[in-house]
Ligand binder design. Structure first.
Ligand code: AMP
Ligand code: MN
Ligand code: MN
Ligand code: MN
Length: 287
């Protein structure tokens, strides 16, 4: 992107949460950029699960095509917190930072180990060779539960991806493996060391009571968290305002992202992501 790029443009189209084939998205980094440019998105972050592989691919592609889009480096780190899987997005990070690379390598090892354990449990449910099948589907991508769900769907063992989670691999189900991830504090610390901002991803999506959600936000802030995802396509104005209230109360910045994985009828890249006026966008810190 050219140096005259300004983060002040009031009508900036921003999407700071998206996935590619490097984790559990359905598009290649190049296809994702094509889609973003087609939608006239000004600023995009690819935030694959525990990997930054897509960044250089997408970045070179943008340069080759001379596309007018600002690509922000990103990652979505899985963490464990009181038995919940809490996702922390790192934005505007140095993807070559040694501590970040070390954390990513450790998280990938956890993904491998968990996949093998999940496959053992799935074998007891009557599904054989699930590790090999999921690995084959994932190729060199970060191995996720989405890949296992896809194998079950492709084999006709479930009727929808959601059913795979509801019946087998979702929290507390027969083939679920409890989180073995890093913790929120470490994720925030590493993101800071890599010069980035840490964002609590989709705060409304965790199955938490209002009391526990507040506790999560308080501890996130305490551990160095910088921002909350205030706008997701599925959030109504009231939910966005609730997040803005938390931002004001705990001095947190605001982010916006679609969590795009694949083209679908219900959500798309860069849609319905406007932040309310009374919050501070995380990207205004990047100059
Ligand atoms: P993982 O990071 O390997 O645990 O995979 C989690 C991913 O599975 C999420 O990022 C979603 O993309 C996808 N997913 C789809 N449905 C569900 C669900 N009901 N529960 C958890 N994850 C889901
Ligand atoms: Mn995902
Ligand atoms: Mn997530
Ligand atoms: Mn995500």
């Amino acid at each position: 992107m050219s140096t005259e790029f300004s983060t002040d443009k009031s009508s900036l189209r921003v999407d700071l949460h998206s996935h590619t084939k490097c984790s559990d998205g359905s598009l290649t980094p190049e296809e994702l950029i094509e889609r973003a440019v087609g939608y006239q998105i000004d600023m995009l972050a690819i935030t694959d699960h525990d990997t930054t592989e897509a960044f250089n691919i997408a970045s070179s592609y943008i340069k080759d095509k001379n596309y007018p889009i600002k690509l922000v480096s990103g990652v979505e780190i899985s963490t464990g917190w009181h038995g919940f899987e809490i996702h922390v997005v790192g934005l505007n990070i140095d993807i070559n930072n040694p501590q970040l690379c070390e954390l990513i390598a450790a998280q990938q090892q956890v993904r491998e180990r968990r996949a093998r354990m999940m496959a053992e449990k799935l074998a007891k449910c009557g599904f054989d060779n699930m590790y090999d099948k999921a690995k084959k589907l994932a190729g060199s991508a970060a191995l996720t539960r989405t890949h296992f769900a896809k194998v079950l769907l492709n084999e006709g063992s479930v009727n929808t991806m959601q059913a795979a989670f509801d019946k087998y691999i979702g929290k507390g189900k027969r083939a679920y493996i409890k989180p073995m991830w890093t913790d929120i504090e470490n994720a925030c610390a590493v993101i800071e060391q890599a010069g980035g901002h840490s964002v609590l991803a989709h705060p409304i999506r965790y199955d938490l009571s209002a009391k526990w959600r507040r506790r999560l936000i308080v501890e996130f802030k305490l551990w160095g968290g910088d921002a909350l995802e205030v706008a997701l396509p599925q959030m109504n104005q009231q939910q966005r305002q609730q997040m803005v209230s938390y931002c004001q109360e705990y001095d947190l910045l605001a982010s916006a992202g679609s969590d795009f994985h694949a083209p679908s009828r219900w959500s798309d890249l860069g849609r319905n992501l406007n932040l309310p006026d009374n919050c501070k966008p995380v990207w205004q810190q990047w100059r």
